[in-house]
Design a protein around this ligand. Structure first.
Ligand SMILES: [Zn+2]
Length: 361
């Protein structure tokens, strides 16, 4: 556009010969065509992008479908591997729940969960709800993302504390000292007077595992959905590898928490299976809906944006309070400065790795 504006005056200069004028007209025409094409492009990349997917070089329905089928299988395997890896760690003696290494590995998993919330889900929500495809009023007039994330963090806290209350009510004989949630160790810590305290810890860990799964699943479905609905081969190809790593990593984070919940084989299997199938299911759903579903239709943007905001708040609360603060304020890490240091290194590694992955998905 700028180029046209700069060259146009040349065309009207009187000392040009016929030949050069002819030549200039040709150039001008070419530039004009370019300008029109460019204008069309910019036009469609701002508002029209919101109602049509315009085909480019990368648009190839058949090739895209083939890639997506490969993606479904690859992501399924990667997710399964990631979520099952920690579950089988029980057979490695060095990873027993009372060992130091276990605490470090768990810190790594918590870091992954934290980064999922901050680096994947929250920015997605900002993108969705701040999209130019949504009406400016009210979406740009109020920070809905942070508002919903905040409400969801409060909601998770409520769920957390109310489950504890109902547990305490059901067992009046348990002294409030055993299962308060109000000292520094938010989770009822395993203590000397035994079974009741331990039961409360397991119950709490189970709630955490389920809440986490809920928070992660939204993101997993959405990334699958947008890949399934896309027909752009150039973006799908690198995305297949990225999503595999994404799910492998995230599966490890979730797997660690499922392990802590001390579920039986069946329930572990259900939780692991549920996590593993969500992204492939999202891809399948995206393929099925690819004629009607658009990433940037107002309905999709609002629904996905709000869901993302809610799971960001949930993941943030769970990672910070239930996982990290609980472990770092707990007796094991408080008892050893060296172990604490290693655990921090692990948190940074987990969070760093997952943050890096935000570059792709
Ligand atoms: Zn992600």
């Amino acid at each position: 556009m700028l180029r046209t504006a700069m060259t146009t005056p040349n065309d009207h200069q009187p000392w040009r010969t016929m030949a050069s004028r002819f030549h200039n007209t040709g150039v001008l025409l070419l530039l004009l065509c370019n300008a029109v094409a460019a204008a069309n492009e910019t036009e469609s990349s701002v508002p029209s992008e919101c109602d049509t997917k315009f085909p480019g070089d990368c648009h190839n329905k058949a090739a895209a479908l083939q890639l997506k089928l490969i993606a479904i299988a690859a992501i399924l395997v990667a997710s399964m591997l990631g979520v099952c890896l920690p579950l089988f760690s029980r057979s490695v003696p060095a990873l027993g729940p009372d060992r130091d290494l276990f605490v470090v590995v768990k810190a790594f998993a918590s870091g992954v969960i934290l980064a999922t919330g901050y680096m994947h889900v929250l920015p997605d929500s900002f993108d969705d709800l701040g999209s130019p495809c949504l009406p400016e009023d009210p979406w740009s007039k109020f920070p809905f993302t942070t508002f919903v994330a905040m409400l969801s963090a409060i909601g998770t806290l409520m769920l957390d504390s109310m489950m504890l209350t109902s547990y305490n009510k059901r067992r009046p004989k348990v002294s409030s000292a055993t299962v308060t949630g109000h000292d520094h160790c938010a989770v009822p810590q395993l203590d000397a007077d035994g079974k009741d305290g331990r039961e409360a810890v397991v119950l709490r860990n189970r709630i955490i595992a389920q809440v986490l799964e809920m928070g992660i699943i939204v993101h997993s479905v959405v990334i699958g959905l947008s890949m399934g609905a896309s027909e752009n081969v150039c973006t799908i190809r690198p995305l297949v590898a990225a999503l595999c790593f994404h799910q492998l990593f995230e599966g490890m984070g979730l797997g660690g928490c499922i392990l802590q919940a001390e579920y039986g084989m069946k329930m572990r299997g259900i939780l692991a299976f549920f996590f593993a199938v969500t992204t492939p299911l999202g891809v399948v759903l995206g393929i099925g809906l690819s004629n009607t579903y658009r990433d940037n239709s107002p309905t999709a943007l609002i629904v996905v944006g709000l869901l993302n905001a809610a799971s960001a708040g949930l993941l943030n609360y769970t990672a910070m309070v239930d996982l990290l603060a609980n472990d770092f304020m707990g007796p094991k890490l408080q008892g050893s400065a060296k172990l604490q240091l290693w655990a921090y290194v692990a948190v940074l590694l987990g969070a760093g790795g997952m943050s890096l992955m935000a570059k792709w998905a």
